[in-house]
Design a protein around this ligand. Structure first.
Ligand code: ISL
Ligand code: CA
Length: 553
């Protein structure tokens, strides 16, 4: 594989509603993002993935698009967007658009016309007559509950794997494929560098049979990563992405390493990279609503499996759908700084393109909400109503919502300790975490040992580190909460990373001087302290690997 332009890049995800509000309406916007470009430049990130900015009725905060060619008025105008691309470009930062093509909003004119049966739009969506007065099949959706909605006007049901306001498009219809080719070309022509493709591996539906019974996502065997998906991706790659050298990262739900390899193998010409989920599912049984306690060992095992499986992919611990990593894998009460730094060091030492989610770099934690009235997220609300109807013990489920709600990641970015957290001068659309008084950018700017400065130093170091940018991955130790791995180049230049992801002191894999530590130290002792992580140089010629590599499982 020739070197691709994006191989050494670091990506920062912005959830625009919650990043920075420039006009006091309580909603983050594009001028707000522009005002923080210098901050992002200084942090050391290269590309910004921005969650949907398009026109939308916001049932799912923009993941329900009603016009792919328009900027939501909450966020500004197309002129603002063009200015963002230009201003980011001036700083050497590229923009990645979030492309939601599995479904559109039911407000989209395509859906409205489809509903009325207009000739060219009739088959844009997946319409079915009922079965003897009942829904067309027994599929269950991603947000729990139904997947079919009846439309009187058309006398048929349409499929929606997410909220009923998000209708699944019909990718067996070439007109839909063409429409999406046009959409993506439009944005690439504006100068964006690529796409994050929402739930991309479910766009092709093989069949609408009921499928085997399963507790969640019944019917998924007919749409998860089906052969037809690969045909669609190859088409987009050849026609749209390759000519623009676009970076494409697919959000792929329930993929295994084999499927991930098929999707990202450069010779197959499909996607640049994918987001795997398995490491995000190590604190639950299959789905997040069935939680179990976090086990660092399980987490490391899954990470190691995926590190070995692909020569290069993505690395992430957070996004707008996931709880905050510090609350989830670290200890924000007793060891906020050490565990925040340990996770940062882990993220940036692993092999792959790192993604940092807004606020992760200052150690933002889960939302401290106290009642369902403070929760906006459509998924949390839907699950809450299902639970209530099923008479589950409320106290228990409130705990689960608190731990897992997507709103944990969506509270406004904490820029300062003032009221409004420097995010807004008005009333924020979603509550601000009370800890903004101490956990905020301004505070951390002023403290050279803060997590923010640690991220900056690490990102700057990574840019010049051959082992981190090109090295292989080799696990050398995994026991309980301790993990150690090496990254080595073909020339033999290497780094050793080790971590104790728990509050219990544990024996270190190796002691000696280090380049980075989650403590303010320049060496590792015999014992790894609570949440101690370190990156160390491997002396040249010190090769305990005898030339073998565990790159294959
Ligand atoms: O968030 C999830 C579980 O709580 C996931 O199942 C999520 O729904 C799935 O990863 C798909 O996510 C993407 O598509 C959704 C949107 O709501 C998410 O925000 C987006 O990341 C529908 O467009
Ligand atoms: Ca605003």
């Amino acid at each position: 594989m020739g070197q691709v332009w994006w191989k050494d890049k670091v990506i920062y995800q912005i959830y625009p509603r919650s990043f920075c509000d420039s006009n006091g309406d309580g909603i983050g916007d594009i001028p707000g993002i522009i005002s923080k470009l210098d901050y992002l430049k200084e942090l050391g990130v290269d590309l910004l993935w921005i969650s949907p900015l398009y026109a939308s009725p916001n049932y799912d905060n923009g993941y329900d698009i009603s016009d792919y060619y328009a900027i939501h008025s909450d966020f500004g105008t197309m002129a603002d967007f063009d200015r963002l691309v230009a201003e980011a470009g001036r700083r050497g930062i590229g923009i990645i658009m979030d492309m939601v093509i599995n479904h559109t909003s039911t407000d989209h004119p395509w859906f409205q016309k489809s509903m009325r049966g207009e000739e060219s739009y009739k088959d844009f969506y997946i319409w079915q007559p009922g079965k003897g007065g009942k829904k067309p099949n027994k599929w269950t959706g991603f947000f729990g509950g139904d997947t079919w909605e009846y439309v009187e006007e058309r006398g048929e049901y349409y499929l929606h794997l997410f909220a009923k306001e998000q209708a699944d498009l019909n990718y067996r219809n070439p007109l839909v494929v063409e429409a999406m080719e046009e959409v993506m070309t439009f944005w690439l022509d504006k100068g964006v560098k690529g796409f994050r493709l929402d739930v991309i591996n479910i766009i092709h539906k093989d069949s609408l049979e009921d499928g085997a019974f399963r507790p969640v996502l019944r019917g998924s065997e007919f749409y998860l990563s089906r052969p037809g998906l690969h045909v669609l991706l190859k088409n987009f790659h050849q026609k749209i992405w390759a000519p623009h050298e676009a970076y494409t990262v697919g959000e792929t739900v329930f993929v295994d390493p084999d499927e991930a390899r098929r999707l990202t193998d450069p010779d197959r010409k499909e996607l640049s990279a994918i987001f795997a989920f398995e490491h995000m599912e190590t604190d639950c049984f299959g789905v997040k609503w069935f939680p179990r306690s976090f086990s660092p060992g399980r987490f490391f095992k899954v990470l190691a499996k995926w590190q070995a499986a692909l020569p290069w992919n993505t690395v992430y611990f957070e996004n707008h759908d996931q709880p905050r990593s510090l609350s989830r894998f670290g200890d924000p009460e007793a060891y906020p700084r050490e565990s925040g730094k340990a996770l940062a060091l882990l993220l940036l030492s692993l092999r792959g393109t790192p993604f940092i989610y807004q606020g992760q770099e200052i150690g933002m934690t889960n939302f401290d909400f106290t009642s369902m009235d403070q929760v906006e997220d459509v998924e949390s609300r839907q699950v809450w109503s299902i639970i209530r109807k099923a008479h589950f013990p409320r106290g228990l489920y409130w705990k689960v919502i608190r731990a897992k709600s997507r709103d944990n990641a969506r509270t406004p970015m904490q820029w300062s300790g003032e009221a409004g957290a420097g995010f807004t001068t008005g009333k924020p659309w979603l509550g601000i975490n009370h800890n903004h008084v101490t956990c905020n950018v301004a505070e951390e700017e002023g403290d050279p040992d803060s997590l923010l400065h640690f991220y900056r130093r690490l990102l700057a170091y990574r840019k010049g580190s051959a082992p981190l940018l090109e090295g292989d991955f080799h696990e050398v130790y995994r026991e309980g909460s301790v993990w150690a791995f090496e990254r080595r180049t073909e020339e033999g230049e290497g780094l050793l990373f080790q971590i104790n992801l728990s509050a219990k002191p544990s024996r270190a894999h190796r002691s000696g001087p280090c380049l980075f530590s989650s403590y303010e130290e320049d060496r590792v002792g015999e014992t790894l302290r609570p949440y101690e992580a370190a990156l160390m140089e491997i002396p040249v010629g010190d090769d305990d690997r005898k030339g073998e590599s565990n790159d294959k499982e």
